[in-house]
Design a binder for this molecule. Sequence first.
Ligand SMILES: Cc1cc2nc3c(=O)[nH]c(=O)nc-3n(C[C@H](O)[C@H](O)[C@H](O)COP(=O)(O)O)c2cc1C
Length: 338
Amino acid sequence: MLYKAVRPLLFACDAEVSHEVTLWTLKKLGQFGFFNHAKPLSQHPVTCFNLTFANPLGLAAGLDKNADCIPAWSAMGFGFVEVGTVTPKPQLGNPKPRLFRLANHSAIINRMGFNNKGVDYLVSRLQQMQATCPIGVNIGKNKDTELNNAWQDYVTCYQKVYPFADYVTVNISSPNTPELRKLQQGDLLKSILVPLKHEQRLLAEKYHKAVPILVKIAPDLTDDELFTLLDDLLALQIEGIIASNTTIERPAYLKSPQRDEVGGLSGEPLFERSTRMIQTIYQRVGESLPIVAAGGIMSSKQANAKLAAGAKLIQIYSGLIYQGPGLVKEIISQLPTN
Ligand SMILES: Cc1cc2nc3c(=O)[nH]c(=O)nc-3n(C[C@H](O)[C@H](O)[C@H](O)COP(=O)(O)O)c2cc1C
């Protein structure tokens, strides 16, 4: 209700300004204790990678890059929250404008480029708060880190967030960091994941808890590339996969003047593509690699289609921008009963 009233105002402003105002407000409300005692909606508990989720709906990475608003997301009812992408050093990201609404398609194009305050700031935020739901931390590399040295950035982030994270997502699929997607294949993939798994064993002994590693993939992989990647993830005993990040494709029917902005497309036009990818992954690996679905969920019907395709957990980003927190309640109230 409230969001319906506020939305025209937010949509009248530049997309990134609206984003910043909203996050600032949610952060301040959190600091004043506005969300204290709020809990995720717990109608549909799910167990996945040895974690228990009050419900399978999470906030996708990129909205709360610095973990500033976790109590607000939890109060909206999300069963889990993924913060980040965070990099070892703070970075400004790409020049503005870099965020575009394609409102007639319920879509967004972004080329933010991992703007974030760095992993030390994010850790300080996680230290300050008592999370009421599982927290995933999505990690990436700094723009100026060479691909061959990227593993060091991922290991640094993993080590620093380890005590505070319930799971960690390795983001190798953003289209907005030059060449990042090359890390999805072959030796470069192994150059990241082998040291991370080694680190996981050491840190599990030190902290007496194992923090699962998930890999987030691009929806633009060919089937052959996807199958090779899945074989590698299984061989390396990666705990889960997130499908998917944004797409660099532009469906022919997109009519918006912003359609040719460079960046990743999310929202409604990503739904079919990313859901097909989940079906393909599930047919190939079954239950051996739990799937987290993201991409174009704008309704409870679409959320349930992701679960029917094989996903264990689901995430939203663009849907929240277009529909507001009411979507969270709608999706959770319409989940299938097992
Ligand atoms: C503005 C914006 C910024 C994003 N930033 C990140 C990010 O930092 N890391 C990441 O893994 N995904 C990021 N994403 C991708 C989302 O997490 C999600 O995978 C994608 O948007 C598809 O879901 P949706 O259609 O519900 O938005 C971003 C998406 C948007 C729209």
